[in-house]
Design a protein around this ligand. Structure first.
Ligand SMILES: Cc1cc2nc3c(=O)[nH]c(=O)nc-3n(C[C@H](O)[C@H](O)[C@H](O)COP(=O)(O)O)c2cc1C
Length: 307
């Protein structure tokens, strides 16, 4: 067995990754800008920036600020739109070893379904991650992720529109994550990913106004890791589909915590912006951990902390 096989995971039917480390949406662009910064062939998968039917400019500046233990962003789904993505990015992705998953968003259930239908069968696209959890857009976005009925409706519509594997990305800004996880699983999600950012703000006391142009933004980075881990633990205990953990993962030990909580794979977000090599360091660290502990396969420790 090669070292790579020890890390291989299946995150959805037909979506097998060489390792469980995925670049998180919005922190890795469309991947093409990162080619000189790390060996992207080594990544388990790449999830591109949230994509909508039409291109979007996003929110007013400033949109990214540092806060204790992390960052706040209010980028607000700035993206090139699904047509440009298919024309300009997918042909490039078709040549890559690491599968690319397209993160999608919309203002209505129909919008989500239309984007999913457009992506169906496009070479270079291996799956869809449905963002029902964006806190930085006025309409749609997080609304779909905070109500089990809306979350299920979006999931059902996307599943109907495509044969691609469908991962639904949950919002942490809810009272009961298990209720939403069960609703999207029942609606046909092939996997769930969590968490997206937590809603937050910061105030400039000299200017006496919010630091972000959009007032509210999404908190990410180490500050959210314990919250994310707890939500992954709870969701993984409730659903039967694979769970992809995300939130404040900066190193291999963080990734292991999520896997031991029950995650099949992990996403690395803010860490990419701190050190572009973060995901590679995490993959190498997981491999070292398996060797040091004499563990045959990463799946042998999945959910280890649940027993
Ligand atoms: C600048 C920025 C942009 C993001 N854009 C998206 C997005 O378009 N779609 C999405 O589902 N999540 C988006 N996210 C959320 C991340 O994918 C991830 O869920 C979140 O940041 C928590 O992980 P982390 O703490 O490792 O960053 C974005 C995060 C950041 C920091």
């Amino acid at each position: 067995m090669t070292a790579d096989n020890r890390l291989s995971v299946t995150i959805a039917p037909g979506l097998k990754l060489s390792n469980p480390v995925i670049a998180a949406s919005g922190t890795f662009g469309y991947g093409d800008d990162w080619e000189g910064l790390l060996d992207i062939r080594k990544l388990g998968a790449i999830i591109c920036k949230g994509t909508t039917l039409k291109p979007r400019d996003g929110n007013p500046q400033p949109r990214i600020i540092e806060v204790s233990g992390g960052m706040l962003n209010s980028v607000g789904l700035q993206n090139i739109g699904v047509e440009a993505l298919i024309r300009e990015k997918a042909p490039l992705w078709a040549k890559w070893k690491a599968p690319v998953i397209v993160n999608i968003a919309g203002d209505s259930v129909e919008d989500y379904a239309k984007v999913a239908a457009r992506l169906d069968g496009v070479k270079g696209i291996s799956g869809i991650e449905v963002n029902i959890s964006c806190p930085n857009v006025k309409r749609g976005g997080m609304h779909f992720g905070t109500d089990p009925h809306s979350a299920a409706a979006v999931t059902k519509a996307v599943k109907k529109a495509t044969l691609l594997p469908v991962i639904v990305k949950l919002s942490p800004n809810v009272t009961d994550i298990v209720q939403i996880a069960l609703a999207v699983e029942k609606a046909g999600a092939d996997a769930i990913s969590l968490i997206n950012t937590l809603s937050g703000m910061a105030i400039d006391v000299n200017m006496r106004r919010p630091k972000l142009g959009n007032i509210v933004g999404g908190l990410s980075g180490p500050a959210i890791k314990p919250v994310a881990l707890w939500m992954v633990y709870k969701a993984a205990g409730a659903v039967n589909v694979p769970v992809i953990g995300c939130g404040g993962i900066m190193n291999a030990v963080d990734a292991l915590e999520f896997i031991m909580a029950g995650a099949t794979a992990v996403q690395v977000g803010t860490a990419n912006l701190v050190d572009p090599q973060s995901a590679i360091r995490i993959i190498d660290g997981l491999r070292r951990y398996l060797s040091a502990e004499g563990i045959k396969h990463i799946s042998d420790i999945r959910g280890a902390a649940r027993k």
